[in-house]
Design a protein around this ligand. Structure first.
Ligand code: NAD
Ligand code: MG
Length: 385
């Protein structure tokens, strides 16, 4: 029996994780499940898995959660501190699947308990790369990448001989606007942006895929997770999303991981690691696929790629600022307050205007994050779009 905690249990990644663990109830015991305020889904999952603890981040949702779980053995709690406590529940395996920098402190709490942390929450690593990686080393935790590209690289990377790696190649679907003109992109709606051609995901990451900021965040994520220089990380558009990423070795060999476009594959890898477990998806049918296409990304239409590359090269506070401004801008776009192209424009603007010292602690990262959010929110207010 392994104890499992899922931070962000009601989201896309959280639900896929629950799907896998619920197929093997004899192997996993659920310690804690968290959500922002999605009481119905959270309570249903807690009942099905007989979770020990269910937590809502938004305290206003706690009475409804209490009512929904009355008469069960599941304890309930609410508020940001309670989510951090859920992270620190001491589970053998924790899925970090809260969206955004809101997941940073609970993920750090899980890392501090020294267990295995399956990391989907890329924003945590982008904002606080050194702080997270130092904590992983200090507490003897094991960080397993769940983002499909990083999970692919993890499976192909020879960690004993990093010097033999020439390049990491991150594949990108290109998102729903990969073939759109710049004029068309100026007027796309939130509904169009969240309609991803290959993957079914939460709203925020779907917009990030549409701007390609997702690939920018993943570039920074890869630079944190793998012992390579950012210049060794390339991005290639691969519209079928079958090859999830590649590692290129000095001898000319390239190792790739292929699989269906279903997050249950990388989640299962992280859940069973270093073993493997069966998943319900049909195996890839290469003949039916027929072809795999590759093309260079277009930084002219996807300014976010250039911003992320500059932020990882600048280091210091830049990645945290990039991420925070992007979170605010994406939320404003989803709310219909700014246009699609304003997302990258706002991130660019905040990166230029805000240049604090490099944050060396979790609190310092959170302070940079908070200030960058304020500046981005002001910029959204000023936007005449
Ligand atoms: P989602 O929006 O579907 O789910 C997010 C989860 O976080 C929900 O359970 C929600 O209740 C919770 N949450 C939201 N705001 C919160 C807050 N302020 N405090 C506490 N909890 C909060 O998102 P998702 O698509 O599952 O993505 C989750 C993370 O995984 C993101 O960082 C994303 O980039 C990453 N990721 C997702 C996918 C995917 O296929 N969905 C793939 C790779 C990486
Ligand atoms: Mg990804």
């Amino acid at each position: 029996m392994r104890s499992v905690t899922i931070l962000g249990a009601t989201g896309s990644v959280g639900s896929s994780t629950l799907d896998l663990i619920e197929r093997e109830p004899d192997r996993y015991r659920v310690r804690a499940l968290t959500a922002n305020c999605d009481v119905d889904r959270l309570a249903a999952a807690a009942r099905r898995t007989e979770a020990e603890l269910a937590v809502v981040a938004d305290e206003r949702c706690l009475p409804a959660l209490r009512a929904a779980l009355a008469g069960t053995g599941t304890r309930t709690a609410g508020g940001a501190a309670a989510v951090i406590e859920a992270g620190a529940s001491g589970a053998d395996w924790t899925m970090a699947a809260i969206v955004g920098c809101a997941g940073l402190a609970p993920t750090m709490a899980a890392i501090a308990r020294g267990g295995t942390v399956a990391l989907a929450n890329k924003e945590a690593l982008v904002s606080a790369g050194d702080v997270v990686m130092d904590a992983v080393a200090a507490h003897g935790a094991r960080l397993l990448p769940v983002d499909s590209e990083h999970n692919a690289i993890f499976q192909c990377f020879d960690f004993a001989r990093p010097g033999l790696v020439r390049r990491i190649i991150l594949t990108a679907s290109g998102g729903p606007f990969r073939d759109a003109t710049a004029e068309r992109m100026a007027s796309v709606t939130a509904a169009e942006a969240v309609r991803h051609p290959n993957w079914s995901m939460g709203a925020k990451i779907s917009v990030d895929s549409a701007t390609m900021m997702n690939k920018g965040l993943e570039l920074i994520e890869a630079a944190r997770l793998f012992p390579v220089h950012p210049d060794q990380i390339e991005i290639v558009v691969h519209r079928q999303s079958v090859i999830h990423s590649l590692v290129d070795y000095v001898d000319g060999s390239m190792l790739a991981q292929l699989g269906p476009s279903d997050m249950r594959v990388p989640i299962a890898h992280a859940l069973a690691w270093p073993e493997r477990m069966a998943t319900p998806m049909a195996p890839l049918d290469l003949v039916a696929l027929g072809r795999l296409d590759f093309e260079a990304p277009d930084p002219g239409r996807f300014h976010a790629l250039t911003l992320a590359r500059a932020a990882v090269n600048a280091g210091g506070a830049a990645p945290a600022i990039l991420n925070a401004a992007n979170e605010v801008a994406v939320a404003a776009f989803l709310a219909g307050r700014i246009g699609f192209l304003e997302i990258a424009a706002i991130v660019d603007d905040i990166l230029q205007r805000y240049d604090p010292p490099s944050p060396e602690t979790l609190d310092a990262v959170l302070a940079v994050d908070a200030r960058a959010r304020e500046l981005a929110a002001e910029r959204v207010e000023d936007c005449v779009c």
